[in-house]
Design a protein around this ligand. Structure first.
Ligand SMILES: Nc1ncnc2c1ncn2[C@@H]1O[C@H](COP(=O)(O)OP(=O)(O)O)[C@@H](O)[C@H]1O
Ligand SMILES: [Mg+2]
Length: 273
């Protein structure tokens, strides 16, 4: 928490300035297999950044590493100048990195709104939370949590399904619910792992608009992993391409799309076949 007495430090988003997220030489080996090799990223605040690559390229491994769920073999991760390389997931989350999963992880038997309320409540330190649930302000706090969760459901377009049981929702709705729950913790960086998997084109179009709203209205910096090339090309200001754990391209969408290595490895157009 930054106290009001702290000196005002404007977020530095200039290309040469210090990035929100600074990843250097990140490597993950699994007995012989190098899942991610010497990966680096300087991510300015407010960007929508894309990571693409074939199956097994190391995209989900990258998210496991950034969220503290897997320990890197080497390399460093800094968030706003703080070294988070070896912090456990709950501390990384509290410092501002939230994620969704390629395989949806919701509380399936809980209602839609309760799934989001869990996220809203996670923002509070445990000590404060236990004071609240035993104190007189409990009812007021509960109302605030419900109101915030309702706002988030509205943001992702699920406000009319608040009382439904999570697992009864169609797949695309479950993915948007997972995003609402991740956003509920007020992250600085949101990692979205194939958020449009299983969605039809119209659902994917809504998702694209939602991701833009998360950045434009809530100021969240986003890293998006997806297989849907048009989605990534439309949405992202910068794209990295992974292949067998190695970065083979890194730049603006138009540059990446035209890169012969990317075309050969991933986009599948037999340019020099
Ligand atoms: N826990 C693990 N143990 C061993 N190998 C793993 C493990 N997790 C991922 N891998 C391997 O690392 C590589 C990258 O996987 P992953 O990051 O899931 O790729 P992507 O998300 O790009 O499809 C794959 O070859 C995968 O089999
Ligand atoms: Mg994956």
């Amino acid at each position: 928490m930054v106290s009001s007495a702290a000196p005002a430090i404007a977020p530095d988003t200039s290309p040469g300035g210090s990035p929100l997220l600074d990843v250097r030489g990140l490597t993950k080996r699994y007995s012989g297999l190098v899942a991610l090799a010497d990966y680096s990223l300087r991510l300015p605040a407010g960007t929508i950044h894309g990571v693409i690559g074939p199956n097994g390229a190391g995209k989900t491994t990258l998210f496991h590493l950034l969220s503290g769920m897997v320990r890197p073999s080497s390399g460093t991760i800094h968030l706003q100048g703080v070294d988070i390389t070896h912090l456990p997931p709950h501390r990384v989350a509290r410092l501002g990195i939230a994620r969704t999963f390629q395989n949806i992880r919701l509380f399936g038997d809980m209602s839609v709104i309760d799934n989001v309320k869990v996220g809203v409540q996670q923002r509070l330190p445990v000590s404060l939370w236990s004071t609240i649930i035993t104190g007189p302000s409990f009812r007021r706090r509960e109302e605030e949590v419900t109101a915030r969760a309702t706002e988030l459901l509205d943001l992702v377009g699920l406000a009319d399904r608040a009382g439904r049981i999570a697992r009864s929702l169609p797949y695309g709705d479950q993915r948007r619910l997972e995003i609402a729950r991740a956003v509920a913790v007020d992250p600085k960086v949101l990692l979205l792992d194939e958020p449009n998997a299983g969605m039809n084109p119209s659902e994917t179009g809504e998702l694209l608009a939602l991701i833009r709203r998360l950045r434009d209205q809530l100021g969240i910096t986003i890293i998006l992993v997806a297989h849907d090339i048009p989605l990534v090309m439309n949405l992202c200001e910068r794209i990295q391409v992974l292949n067998y754990g190695v970065l083979i391209a890194d730049g603006e969408p138009a540059t990446v799309r035209a890169d012969p290595d990317v075309i050969a490895a991933y986009l599948g157009q037999a340019k020099h076949a």
